[in-house]
Design a protein around this ligand. Structure first.
Ligand code: AP5
Length: 214
């Protein structure tokens, strides 16, 4: 079993879907920054309200707001003693460097960065049909019913899943997050996984990449 796994990939590439499977089947502790932010927004905290101004425009939340929030969350919940799957952090090289500095105080290290690759047409198709459970965070596509299969809560569409914001998020990913691909490649940690195919096919590719890494 590894220490920290980072999930990278454009919006809609399946990071959240695969993260939930890895959590259920391989026992990782999942830290999804998107879910944490949406929870702050739902509870209308000052931080959540500020973050929503950026999220609804498809922009990244500024480092001075998000980095301390995530690193404090890891520290507060003693996650440095767990095997963690990070979905959505880091999203800029500056965040990766801050994570690396904070990990120096623990015996943990990043073991792998898994890049889920998917083209723009597939991203648009997947995100324009996505529904999610606001209670347990389960993720569904358009062909799902109106209620969550796990907790029966009514499914909702994310406020940032409209065409204009999706296009902006893809651009932001390419300009601000994609440089992390080279960053982790240089560190010998990058594994590229084809995100096309069924959920189970992609999951099998990820498990293979994780096992080969170990
Ligand atoms: P976040 O929630 O992390 O959004 P994202 O990265 O844009 O990724 P998505 O959740 O949209 O997609 P996904 O790859 O998880 O795909 P999913 O599995 O849902 O972040 C939201 C916002 O928060 C950001 O835009 C930013 O503003 C802010 N933020 C977060 N972290 C930050 C940070 N570190 N710094 C600054 N700001 C930050 O799948 C999508 C759809 O496809 C679903 O409908 C699913 O059912 C379907 N699907 C999945 N896999 C398959 C498959 N194999 N075949 C068919 N359909 C599939």
């Amino acid at each position: 079993m590894m220490n920290f796994i980072i999930l990278l990939g454009p919006p809609g590439s399946g990071k959240g879907t695969q993260a939930l499977l890895l959590k259920e089947r391989m026992g990782y502790v999942l830290l999804s920054t998107g879910d944490l932010l949406r929870d702050e927004i739902k509870r209308e905290t000052a931080f959540g309200l500020k973050a929503s101004e950026y999220i609804n425009k498809g922009l990244l939340v500024p480092d001075e707001l998000i980095t301390g929030f995530i690193l404090d969350y890891i520290e507060r919940n003693k996650l440095y003693s767990e095997n963690i799957l990070l979905d959505g952090f880091p999203r800029r090289i500056s965040q990766a460097e801050a994570l690396s500095v904070s990990m120096k105080n623990s015996d943990k290290k990043v073991d792998a960065a898994l890049l889920l690759a998917l083209d723009r047409d597939d991203i648009m198709y997947r995100l324009s049909g996505r529904k999610m459970c606001p209670k347990c965070q389960s993720i569904y596509h358009a062909d799902a019913g109106d209620k969550c299969e796990k907790c029966q809560t009514a499914l909702v569409k994310r406020t940032d899943d409209n065409e204009e914001t999706i296009i902006k998020r893809i651009d932001v990913y390419e300009n601000e997050t994609a440089p992390l691909i080279d960053y982790y490649k240089k560190n010998g940690l990058l594994h590229c996984v084809n995100g096309k195919g069924t959920v189970e096919e992609v999951y099998e590719r990820i498990v293979k990449a994780v096992k080969n890494n170990g």
